[in-house]
Design a protein around this ligand. Structure first.
Ligand SMILES: C[S@@+](CC[C@H](N)C(=O)[O-])C[C@H]1O[C@@H](n2cnc3c(N)ncnc32)[C@H](O)[C@@H]1O
Length: 225
């Protein structure tokens, strides 16, 4: 395991209010996605990969990585999936670029025809009906309105057999002031998550503890029939 690029240790107040592209430059593409140090960076990537395979993910499945960040999962998944089967959506293109250039050892994303979409509006127009998707540590940074937008738009490219996994921080509702923020933490009780999902067309099965390094819980969701 290799360490990420060395960044000077900045105080949180020096970077937390920067625009996202400047925050990525300030703290680095691993720390931005909560991957401080190789243990967490590789640990959470491998955990997602092994979890998804344990849930039936196969190379011939079409897979959607929602908020794929700097390719913490994709570095394992793109090599495993058949050509053309990986789709990654990410708000900040600089994270994907850093992942492609600094985390993937060869140009395997081009070889495997991985496709990426960018933006904050959860436009899944580039994605075909998917077999499996994950949103790992995304809803932990979103307001209820943004979670709802994500799930409502996602329902348009999901089919009856599509399975979505997503994580959240369980607890009494805690929302920072202002809009969704990739480096601020949001907590919701299970009932709120279930309600937002139901209103957006999804039925949730709460998996709970899946060993996540930061205690995020797992949910398995399918379209409401
Ligand atoms: C904590 S990181 C997790 C990244 C990745 N899932 C992983 O496990 O490494 C949260 C990610 O969500 C992305 N994000 C935040 N809002 C988004 C949006 N509206 N659409 C797509 N990605 C978004 C951030 O840019 C960031 O890459």
């Amino acid at each position: 395991m290799v360490d990420g690029p060395n960044k000077p240790k900045l105080k949180r107040e020096d970077w937390i209010n920067l625009d996202a592209p400047d925050r990525i430059k300030a703290i680095g593409h691993r720390a931005y996605v909560g991957g401080h140090g190789p243990q967490i960076w590789y640990g959470i990537g491998k955990r997602q990969y092994h979890y998804l395979v344990s849930q039936g993910l196969r190379p011939d499945h079409k897979f959607l990585d929602i908020a794929c960040g700097s390719l913490r999962l994709a570095q394992w998944l793109i090599p495993m999936l058949n050509t053309g089967n990986y789709f990654g959506l990410e708000a900040e293109p600089a994270l994907v670029q850093a992942g492609l250039e600094q985390e993937m050892l060869y140009d395997i994303a081009t070889f495997k025809q991985a496709r990426f979409g960018y933006g904050y509006d959860f436009d899944f127009g580039f994605v075909p009906e998917f077999d499996m998707a994950i949103a790992q540590s995304l809803f932990t940074h979103l307001t209820p309105d943004d979670i709802s937008l994500c799930l409502t738009n996602l329902a348009k490219v999901a089919g009856p057999e599509s399975v979505l996994f997503f994580t959240y921080h369980e607890g009494e509702e805690m929302r920072p002031d202002g809009p969704s923020h990739a480096n601020k933490t949001y907590r919701y009780p299970q009932s709120t998550i279930a309600e937002i999902a139901a209103n957006s067309g999804w039925h949730c099965d709460f998996v709970g503890d899946w060993g996540h390094e930061r205690g995020q819980l797992m949910v398995k969701a399918r379209l409401t029939q």
